[in-house]
Design a protein around this ligand. Structure first.
Ligand SMILES: Cc1ncc(COP(=O)(O)O)c(C=O)c1O
Length: 446
């Protein structure tokens, strides 16, 4: 067997001088919560990153096709982001929003200019969960309604309110967190009732939202949450026009439409800067996190001035939200995405990848579905293409074997049978070829 070779890359990792991998694993076991999940039977220790690559303690290079869970957007330790973050760190690290600071103001202006319609006011927080929690509060305050609709198979975060929005039993604990939240049928063209061959699938799935409003709510709702493409749920792309129909039902019932762009924003889908634009809708509230800071803890709720004013009835405060260092990182990320044409790169390399996945699908019957947009892609594994029995063990084998061959990918989907490939947006076509070669070997060995 020919072992695939990573594309050449001119970077020498620093010699690693820290504690051994075993010592780190022991400390982690003793001093960290057992609730933390580690990838791989034999967990990997990553000590350095440069653009789309990461290095383990022995200096071995891997192609990082999961980007720290879709968070490294422009590349690990991108030099310009580092420079801007360092410059800000050296003069002022923290001050809070009780004083004026240029970074937060300039960054909010830049972000607002990237948004369509009246989406022009930002509230900065530190994580996607917090952003969704705040969006829910705003929707309830603004509309005076309480009920919220979200989608089955969604992931919106791990704090109580976001766990309520999330609809995967694997991520939900047994305590009260979903009061007033109703989950509509997931518009899944692969596993759902209506497939890609049905041009009306979008409106058929959205009808369930109308039913929930009629039968599960008082007829009025505060809002509707949806990821633009479901991420944790397995890179699930909705049928065309789904969000258009969904938004119509929600708005008729007095609700606001909230797009969770935590994974799909900032050009990742290739054709558009924001994922919701691929469905030709403009939401009332957008929540963003992950890739916006390229690793800096940075998230935001972006909405209209009118909706934002709902939060002025009391004092609302967030200590780290809008931190100067995070905002400097966020500004640099926006600049890099434009300057380096990363949205276009997502489109081009995403197409190369998708063509590669389709070739693999022709070769390996275990691949039931390949899907995605730009660099937000997924491969769903099934034991039988008719019954669609999830091939989760096999998925795990591919995942482990890819790592051995130098490729880091993610996995997800409710059944754990979807390979999630969402690399930093700077990957090259040589990286894409490497990925396909690795996957070809891993599938061939099943
Ligand atoms: C779509 C989506 N929304 C929200 C979140 C929660 O973000 P965080 O982990 O920053 O709280 C995630 C995290 O994976 C996500 O994928």
């Amino acid at each position: 067997m020919k072992i695939p070779k990573l594309p050449p890359y001119d970077h020498n990792p620093e010699p690693y001088a820290g504690p051994s991998r075993e010592a780190v694993a022991d400390m982690r076991e003793q001093y960290l919560t057992p609730a933390l999940l580690t990838y791989y039977k034999n967990p990997l220790m990553i000590v350095e990153g440069s653009m789309q690559y990461v290095y383990d303690e022995k200096g071995r290079r891997y192609l990082d096709a999961f980007g720290g869970i879709v968070t490294i957007s422009v590349g690990h330790c991108h030099p310009y982001v580092l420079q801007k973050t360092r410059e800000q760190s050296e003069i002022l690290q923290h001050i809070t929003t009780i004083y004026l600071h240029p970074a937060i103001a300039e960054y909010a202006k830049m972000l607002a200019e990237k948004m369509p319609g009246d989406l022009g006011v930002c509230y900065f927080v530190n994580s996607g969960s917090e952003a969704n929690d705040l969006a829910m509060l705003m929707a309830r305050l603004y509309t005076g309604n309480y009920d919220i609709i979200a989608l089955r198979n969604a992931y919106h975060g791990g704090i109580a309110s976001a766990m309520g929005l999330t609809a995967h039993s694997t991520w939900k604990f047994n305590y009260p967190h979903s009061f007033g939240i109703h989950h509509a049928i997931v518009p899944d063209p692969y596993r759902g009732h209506w497939g890609r061959d049905d041009p009306e699938a979008g409106s058929k799935y959205a009808a369930d939202i109308g039913d929930l409003i009629k039968f599960a709510s008082p007829g009025r709702v505060a809002g509707f949450f949806a990821e633009s493409i479901q991420g944790v749920g397995g890179s699930l792309v909705y049928p065309d026009n789904y969000l258009k129909h969904a938004f119509r039902y929600v708005r008729e019932a007095g609700g606001l439409c909230i797009s969770d762009e935590v994974q799909t924003g900032f050009g990742r889908t290739g054709t558009h800067y924001w994922g919701f634009e691929t469905q030709d809708v403009i939401p009332d509230i957008v929540t963003i996190a992950k890739g916006m800071g390229n690793g800096a803890p940075l998230a935001a709720v972006v909405t209209t001035p009118d909706i934002a004013s709902a939060l002025t009835s009391r004092i609302h405060f967030n200590t780290f939200g809008g931190n100067p260092v995070s905002c400097a990182a966020g500004k640099a990320v926006l600049e890099v995405i434009d300057r380096e044409n990363l949205q276009q790169n997502c489109l081009e390399i995403g197409n190369v990848l998708m063509q590669g996945f389709e070739r693999l699908m022709e070769k390996y019957p275990i691949i039931g579905d390949v899907r995605g947009m730009g660099l937000m892609t997924g491969i769903e594994l099934v034991r039988d293409r008719d019954t669609k029995e999830p091939a989760n063990d096999e998925c795990l084998q591919i995942f482990e074997r890819s790592r051995e061959l130098g490729l880091l990918i993610g996995k997800g989907g409710f059944y754990g049978n979807v390979l999630r490939i969402k690399p930093p947006m700077c990957i090259t076509s040589a990286d894409a070829d490497f990925m396909i070669e690795v996957l070809d070997i891993a599938f061939g060995e099943l």
